[in-house]
Design a protein around this ligand. Structure first.
Ligand SMILES: *Cc1c(COP(=O)(O)O)cnc(C)c1O
Length: 367
């Protein structure tokens, strides 16, 4: 790993070999299926272009949430199929979408009406999204077939397939997923077209959801899609390691209160380390005392409140720790899933929330 040109004390190291490993896991789990890699929200905080370039050779298409994201990809020379997962809001966007050769998800009936009134030099590739129980985006199951027929008769649309999204697939024992699959199969039985259902949890936990095309997101980044799980259990490797360094090691006394509000009080004389990272870097302020960090590769507990630029840690188990020593906040050796639990959130939110001041460094160590 090369850090020659980097100087920022807090870094997100992005391991592209781990990313490629995780893509192989997708291929293994959903063998032979078409893959649309989901890279919305700046590729779950890992950097849109970097991840798109690394994944493109191995996937059939890319999925993003917003038009701006797709335009950035096209401007950077990415020629792969790109799908706008939220489609378009109004007719005014269609010219750009068509000019950039983007595919869209149509999830409202009036979007079909807009397409029917539009003439485009190049028809838009369209996925029709059916709401099978998420109750967020999608056409009602009873209207799926007529919506598909209307799309087929739109000169501005080239229907690509049928899509739905699973609400509870992260719980392997929740029968709701089977209900959604059954609803989708029934609503679309009369339509002959490719189907796409599975997110990461569907790919790893619900083979019946694999259909024709899968849409992996979080698993590509090495994170388990299952509640309570970690990526390692699914043979995934973390792509992002968020790291920093100790900028102070203090010898405190029994009774000393640490940080804002003095919520943590030293139970004895002890060394306390100060890490140069905080919520200003995207570390969760709600991470509670006891949340693990790695100092020199070994776990130590967070103590007191997370500040904007600093975190304090209990170094009693590591009295030899010194100023300058490396600290891992999450990533290799410390699953982001675990940090998310301590902060009462989900790993997706932590990865998406890494702040702009953090320096992103690509690590090319193979392994
Ligand atoms: C985000 C998203 C995915 C990927 O979900 P993961 O849980 O990250 O695998 C798949 N499909 C749609 C429509 C999405 O919005």
């Amino acid at each position: 790993m090369s850090l020659q040109n980097s100087c920022a004390i807090t870094q997100a190291r992005i391991d592209l070999a781990a990313l490629r490993h995780n893509l192989r896991r997708v291929r293994e789990a959903a063998a032979g299926k078409h893959i649309m890699a989901i890279i919305k929200a700046d590729a779950y905080g890992h950097g849109l272009l970097r991840i798109a370039r690394a994944l493109s050779p191995g996937v059939d298409g890319l999925g993003v949430a917003r038009l701006e994201e797709a335009v950035r990809l096209r401007d950077a020379g990415i020629t792969h199929p790109i799908t706008l997962l939220e489609g378009f809001l109004e007719a005014a966007e269609l010219a750009v979408i068509s000019e950039r050769r983007l595919n869209v998800v149509v999830h409202r009936s009036d979007q079909i009406a807009i397409l029917a009134q539009t003439s485009l030099a190049q028809p838009l590739g369209v996925w029709l999204k059916v709401d099978t129980g998420m109750h967020r985006l999608g056409i009602a199951p009873a209207e799926a077939e007529s919506a598909w027929r209307r799309l087929q008769s739109c000169p501005a649309a080239e229907p690509l397939g049928l899509m739905t999204h699973l609400a509870n697939a992260d719980d392997r024992s929740d029968a709701y997923t089977l209900q959604q699959l059954q609803c989708f199969n029934q609503a679309t039985a009369a339509i002959s077209a490719p189907r796409s259902i599975a997110n990461s949890a569907g790919i790893l936990g619900w083979p019946a959801s694999h259909a024709d095309s899968v849409r992996p997101g979080v698993m590509l980044y090495g994170v388990s899609p299952f509640s309570g799980g970690i990526g390692e259990q699914e043979k995934l490797q973390p792509v992002m390691t968020l790291c920093s360094r100790l900028i102070a090691v203090n010898s405190l006394h029994k009774g000393d209160a640490v940080g804002y509000g003095g919520s943590w009080v030293c139970p004895e004389d002890m060394p306390v380390g100060v890490v140069a990272a905080g919520y200003g870097d995207g570390y969760p302020r709600h991470a509670e005392s006891g949340t693990p960090l790695l100092v020199n590769g070994r776990r130590v507990p967070l103590i007191g409140r997370v500040s904007m630029d600093m975190i304090t840690v209990d170094l009693r188990s590591q009295p030899q720790a010194r100023v300058g020593d490396p600290v891992v906040l999450w990533g290799k050796g410390l699953p982001v899933e675990e940090i998310a639990r301590y902060a009462s959130t989900i790993p997706y939110e932590l990865l998406c929330g890494v702040a702009r001041r953090v320096e992103f460094v690509e690590v090319h160590a193979d392994g």
